[in-house]
Design a protein around this ligand. Structure first.
Ligand SMILES: O=P(O)(O)O[C@H]1O[C@H](CO)[C@@H](O)[C@H]1O
Ligand SMILES: O=c1cc[nH]c(=O)[nH]1
Length: 249
């Protein structure tokens, strides 16, 4: 039996950061980092309505296959992602797909034909999730969500790999480690991720997987290499439809 966090509300009784209430949020949620990306993803929903926009969290709710589906931006990094997750779970959400962008890491990921990655697990190279549970606990995706993403990808014939993401706290620690006094440690660890077949580097998935596991929710992630593309958004929406249909069975 999973335990929810205590609700913290604003003066309207809404969740403190996302400024939403239970009736605003669907069971199924798409999670981009960027608030502007929510507008693009919301166009894939039927009857999408803007519910709230507070700080980095912009939230739309509409339907897919007749079920209520929400799009909510997490902002950049694990702290704001964990906050969004907790508050969406307070509102009754239990199924999450991150729709993000990422960088390439291991040699295999540098195959230019690959559009992106369906994430199966995340390296907890960040500071948020140790506030939840010791580092030995794995950050893994829900197998039903991975399978729904894999089915969507197979049906469309798009070229996505499956693999592990590194969730880090410093974008410039990845892109310019030599400018950091801590460069030795950054290089050593990056080499370890390259040698251990890490397929993607990004900043939110570890928090998504850890908070979801601990709170008893299901989560997965699909990420585009470089900038966001239509295929990644399409597959995330298709996977939500697969889960909706399978949940009815
Ligand atoms: O495209 P999003 O979802 O923001 O994800 C990636 O892009 C940002 C860095 O540019 C980080 O948030 C990283 O995880
Ligand atoms: O290289 C990249 C691209 C997106 N997001 C990251 O964190 N790194």
């Amino acid at each position: 039996m999973s335990v929810q966090s205590k609700e913290v509300t604003n003066d309207k009784g809404q969740q403190y950061h996302i400024c939403c209430s239970k009736e605003d949020i669907g069971r199924y949620v798409l999670l981009p980092g960027d608030p502007f990306r929510t507008d693009i993803i919301a166009r894939h929903l039927e009857n999408a309505k803007l519910v709230a926009h507070n700080r980095e969290h912009k939230t739309w709710t509409g339907t897919l296959n007749g079920e209520k589906v929400t799009v909510c931006s997490t902002g950049m990094g694990c702290p704001s992602t964990a906050i969004a997750l907790e508050e969406l779970i307070h509102c009754g959400a239990d199924t999450f797909i991150r729709v993000g962008t990422c960088g390439r890491v291991c040699p295999e990921s540098y195959n230019e034909d690959l559009e992106g990655v369906i994430i199966t697990g995340a390296v907890r190279d960040e500071g948020t999730t140790v506030h939840y549970v010791p580092i030995e606990y794995p950050a893994i995706a829900d197998r039903h969500v991975i399978d729904a993403l894999a089915k969507a990808c197979n049906d469309k014939g798009y070229n996505f790999a499956e693999g592990i993401a590194q969730s880090k706290d410093s974008f410039y620690g990845q892109h310019d480690p030599d400018s950091m006094p801590n460069s030795g440690r950054l290089h050593q660890r990056w080499e370890a991720w390259e040698k251990s077949r890490v397929m993607a580097s990004e900043m939110e998935t570890a928090a998504l997987f850890i908070v979801s596991s601990i709170r008893g929710a299901r989560a997965g992630a699909i990420m585009a290499y470089g900038s966001m593309n239509d295929h990644t958004i399409e597959l995330a929406c298709d996977a939500i439809k697969v889960l909706i249909e399978r949940d009815k069975e």
